[in-house]
Design a protein around this ligand. Structure first.
Ligand SMILES: [Zn+2]
Length: 362
């Protein structure tokens, strides 16, 4: 992630911290200072925030180490002011494995809370409330730490994507049904919960509205991703290949491109040089060039040359992932290093819609 600094490596996993983290620390120092807190008090507050982030890091490490048991590597763990992010190579599709990986994070928090509980004497409810409402200091530091860990465990176990609880729920459901149905049901439950959060948020705590929206969008993304993967499995790029496509030479002018635009339906052209694809040029890029640079501008100077080459034999599922990461709209498809057609985003979306319509009818 951009703007992250490497802290080190643990079990081959890069540990990063995002620079905005320093803003959070600065904010805590500043707001404590404005409240007239002493230097010692400010130090305790900063120390506490750092301890929470170590906790968040251990939570993510829990997921990563559990995934490692199933030979799934973690690219890195990044600590952001809003929490941690472990980038697993993939999410295990076997229900029992997904369950273990998902539950490993909250388990870390429960374990930390339990250990802390053994080390300190937990006060009765009344003095506990008193201690927790006071600022963090040497006498209530570990009590706060314990409560935060319980809270983190519960929060992450909310049965809704993208929380760990959502994955736990899906894993349990998919033990008895196919993964796609399990995902849909888990996503629906998550969305209902999200709406409850938003509703309560309006009356109680605006922060809940934010969490609700976050969960709602996460559930939708997870459901459509699984749906897409399910549908695309078993097909290759060849199945959505367009054999008819329009090309324009890199040495042609904007004038030629404009007349091609007016004469056809094509919105994005493949730019070639000696019949080898070298880029793409879209309707918007052509029109922009026409108004900014005139009709004699050469295509090679306005084209997008960041091409994603697809292999005709590549699975559609893999191609779809590549396309989403690459953000290109038109891809040349090659077979034995020869151009045999193109695929565009719209193609795959149409393919998904058609297949989706025909599978839900069953
Ligand atoms: Zn987690």
């Amino acid at each position: 992630m951009k703007g992250s600094f490497k802290l080190g490596n643990i079990a081959g996993i890069g540990i990063f911290i995002h620079w905005t983290f320093s803003i959070l620390i600065a904010f805590i120092i500043f707001s404590n200072y404005r409240q007239g807190q002493s230097a010692i008090q400010i130090l305790w507050s900063v120390l506490f925030v750092i301890s929470i982030f170590i906790t968040v890091f251990l939570h993510e490490l829990g997921h990563a180490l559990a995934a490692k048991r199933y030979n799934i590597n973690t690219k890195d763990i990044t600590l952001l002011p809003i929490g941690g992010l472990a980038r697993l190579e993939r999410i295990p599709e076997k229900p029992s494995e997904e369950l273990v990986v998902a539950i490993a994070g909250p388990t870390v928090n429960i374990a930390l809370a339990a250990i802390t509980g053994l080390l300190i004497s937990v006060p009765d409810t009344e003095s506990m409330t008193l201690q927790l409402t006071a600022s963090v200091n040497s006498s209530n530091f570990f009590l706060n730490f314990l409560v935060v860990n319980i809270w983190l465990a519960l929060f992450n176990l909310i049965p809704a994507f993208p929380m760990d609880g959502g994955r736990v729920l899906r894993a349990i459901l998919s033990m008895n049904m196919d993964r796609r149905r399990a995902t849909n049901i888990a996503a629906k439950i998550g969305q209902v919960l999200a709406m409850v959060f938003v509703f309560i948020g309006f009356y109680a705590n605006p922060f809940l509205i934010f969490i609700g929206l976050f969960i709602f969008l996460g559930a939708q993304a997870e459901a459509s991703m699984t749906q897409a993967k399910f549908i695309l499995a078993g097909y290759t790029v060849n199945d959505v290949l367009m054999r008819h496509y329009e090309t324009i030479s890199a040495s042609d002018t904007v004038k030629t491109a404009v007349s091609m635009l007016l004469n056809g339906q094509t919105k994005t052209f493949l730019v070639t040089e000696n019949e080898v694809p070298v880029g793409t040029v879209s309707r918007d890029e052509i029109i922009l060039a026409l108004s900014n640079k005139g009709e004699n501008e050469i295509i090679s100077r306005i084209m997008n040359n960041d091409l994603l080459f697809l292999d005709a034999d590549t699975s559609l599922e893999k191609a779809y992932l590549q396309m989403q990461q690459h953000k290109s709209t038109l891809m040349p498809v090659m077979l034995d290093q020869k151009l045999i057609g193109t695929v565009d985003n719209e193609n795959i979306l149409e393919f998904l819609m058609v297949k989706n319509a025909s599978t839900t009818k069953e």
